[in-house]
Ligand binder design. Structure first.
Ligand code: CP
Length: 306
């Protein structure tokens, strides 16, 4: 909440403190176990996705419907943006239709904050460029708490974030929240996918020895974000950083595999491992509805924001 009492949305995980995270995780898990949802009947949420999405968009639509809201999908391709209307004019026009909330995804960093600044309407960042994806990180921590039993149980876990960390908004948001929980994070990946200036205290490991970690968090290789002319050597990547069947032989039952999706089987992970007993990948998708319900409730009630 701002000093003048105006509600604000969620743009970055850096503005969440441990108490915010505890409240969101506990509420998400309560909802996942059949707890009753709050009702925001008669209120609208506009989903403005300027970049493609399956999981985030649909789970926000389902979550807001469970909360009694009307979810309006703003169709970018059929909009007047194609006639040259600016994004700012688009946001201001959408604000005229009385939404209580915007959920915004963009190729550029910072658009969710701009939506909120332009319109004064609370806005949730559903992934902005290479910046942040805070709701993915919240649902990931919620999934881990369900598996390990409590937030306290996450302290001291060792998490490997593997792959294209440099271009990953998920890695940025998750590393912040993992740090709040006392999880020890290591980045693994090719040199050209490693961030040089952010998270100087995170470990960097150049070989993927799966036994070293409790949580193997695999990232999608973002071909669309690789610099022009930057080739991806698939076989070289697979031999060093993929969770292959050969590497998975060394997994213990307590170790978990995660991935934010979309997954490319055979690249980050061998296909049979997606549904292995160690894998939380499907559970992340299921939990996302309840985590996002908790986030929407909190934003509409003004109890978190950043
Ligand atoms: N994890 C994630 O953001 O997936 P989508 O791009 O399908 O929303």
């Amino acid at each position: 909440m701002t000093s003048d009492g105006r509600r604000i949305g969620l743009h970055t995980s850096t503005k969440l403190d441990f108490e915010d995270l505890v409240a969101l995780v506990n509420r998400g898990l309560e909802l996942s176990r059949g707890g009753s949802a709050k009702s925001f009947a008669g209120r609208n949420v506009i989903l403005a996705f300027f970049e493609n999405s399956t999981r985030t968009k649909v789970s926000f639509e389902v979550a807001s419907t469970h909360l009694g809201m009307t979810a309006i999908n703003f169709d970018i391709t059929g909009s007047s943006l194609s006639k040259g209307e600016s994004v700012k004019d688009t946001a201001e026009t959408l604000a005229s239709y009385d939404p209580s909330l915007f959920v915004v995804r963009s190729k550029e960093s910072g658009l969710s904050q701009l939506f909120e600044d332009w319109t004064g309407i609370p806005t949730i960042n559903a992934g902005d460029g290479e910046h942040e994806h805070p709701t993915q990180a919240i649902l990931d921590i919620t999934t881990l708490v369900e598996r390990f039993g409590s937030l306290e149980a996450l302290e001291g876990l060792r998490m490997a974030i593997v792959g294209d960390v440099l271009h990953s908004r998920v890695a940025r948001s998750l590393t912040q929240l993992a740090d709040l929980c006392g999880i020890e994070v290591s980045f693994l990946g090719p040199d050209n996918m490693m961030p040089k200036y952010i998270f100087p205290n995170v470990n960097r490991h150049s070989s993927f020895e799966v036994e070293r970690y409790d949580v193997l968090y695999l990232l999608r290789i973002q071909r669309e974000r690789l610099a022009h002319g930057e080739a991806l050597e698939v076989n070289k990547y697979r031999s060093r950083f993929s969770l292959t069947k050969e590497r998975a032989v060394h997994l213990r039952p307590a170790q978990v595999i995660m991935h934010p999706g979309p997954v490319f089987p055979g690249m980050e992970i061998d296909a049979p491992l997606i549904d292995a007993t160690n894998s939380l990948i499907r559970r992340q998708t299921e939990i996302s509805i309840f985590a996002r319900m908790a986030i929407v409730e909190a934003v509409l009630e003004g109890s978190i924001g950043g």
